[in-house]
Design a protein around this ligand. Structure first.
Ligand SMILES: Nc1nc2c(ncn2[C@@H]2O[C@H](COP(=O)(O)OP(=O)(O)OP(=O)(O)O)[C@@H](O)[C@H]2O)c(=O)[nH]1
Length: 299
């Protein structure tokens, strides 16, 4: 079970450099200096914390300016990292599986002897890192729609609650757009489930390409999608909604299958909580469907 999941965490491509921040803010770690690196790493399954532990250990070998772990589940710079003159990259491999890439930066050159020391240190990390990657991957999977990779309903429930709280605290805008495809069922009925999946992937692609923040996109299952808009995007939500519908409705695959999208849009008002915002958008979507589909209605 564990090893099958590991296929998922395989590092497929080497990401680029990450943004790095200042050295003096490196935090104190809640582990004693006497503990071995392995036992320190075993205290946490959090990748970021493991990176911070390793960066402290590397700091005892050489004056380190930056450390970043690049994985299939994200990039993890050690807090306090800053760009330096010399860089050394190392692939972390366990049982012939590439777990991650580790990027070191220092104002001092990485001599062959230093590289050997770093290799020894890396070897102490591999099992803890493998376990942390599996956990991170499972957490990601639990929040993602398997077909499109968009956030799922569980992710959405959490995200809308946070977005509403944030908007209320900052006195900023927040809007919710609910989309439902029109005539989607017939794609499955006429062209088969695979063609239906292709249409759903196409719509997800249209949403991704049209919107900036992909983490505000969700699929609830079936042919229902949600878009959470915050700040300036929420202020121009009507424009965004019309643009999204246009992109979907004009896509050649949607036209081929005569699929379009209907949408309901609601803006957060002072007396609303997340539940009421959702209800308002849902009612607007219902109105859009009743109005003959392929249109957007505003709450
Ligand atoms: N291909 C595919 N179909 C799915 C998936 N999930 C749900 N469906 C199908 O999506 C359809 C959604 O039904 P409806 O929303 O009633 O279909 P519709 O034709 O768009 O109805 P209107 O919204 O009234 O236009 C059902 O036939 C489901 O079986 C999926 O992951 N892949």
């Amino acid at each position: 079970m564990e090893y099958a999941l590991l296929q998922d965490v395989a590092f497929s491509s080497a990401p680029g450099y990450a943004t790095i921040t200042k050295l003096q803010h490196w935090p104190e770690l809640p582990v004693s200096a006497e503990q071995s690196l392995v036992s320190q790493l075993q205290t946490t399954l959090d990748i970021q914390q493991q990176v911070n532990i390793v960066s402290m250990a590397v700091g005892k070998i050489l004056p380190l300016s930056a450390l970043q772990l690049n994985t299939a589940v994200g990039e993890f710079p050690a807090r306090g990292s800053q760009v330096a003159a010399f860089e050394h990259r190392s692939m972390l491999v366990l049982n012939q599986q590439c777990l991650a890439e580790l990027v070191y930066q220092s104002e001092y050159a990485f001599t062959p002897m230093l590289q050997r020391e770093l290799l020894l240190l890396e070897s102490e990390w591999l099992f803890s890192l493998r376990n942390a990657l599996v956990v991170a991957r499972l957490q990601q999977l639990a929040l993602k729609d398997t077909l499109t990779g968009l956030g799922n309903r569980r992710f959405f429930d959490d995200a809308i609650a946070k977005a509403v709280l944030l908007a209320q605290r900052n006195d900023s805008s927040c809007a919710l757009l609910l989309l439902d495809l029109d005539n989607f069922k017939q794609v499955n009925d006429i062209a088969g489930h695979a063609a239906g999946d292709e249409v759903l992937l196409t719509v997800a692609g249209c949403l991704r390409d049209t919107l900036r923040a992909t983490d505000s996109l969700f699929r609830f299952g079936g042919d229902e999608f949600a878009v959470l808009l915050s700040g300036q995007d929420a202020d121009s939500a009507q424009l965004v909604a019309r643009r999204l519908l246009k992109v979907i409705n004009q896509h050649h695959l949607c036209q081929q299958y005569k699929v379009s999208a209907s949408a309901g849009l609601a803006q957060l008002k002072p007396d609303m909580d997340a539940g009421r915002l959702f209800k308002a958008a849902d009612e607007a979507l219902y109105d859009a469907k009743n109005a003959g589909k392929s249109t957007v209605r505003f709450a």
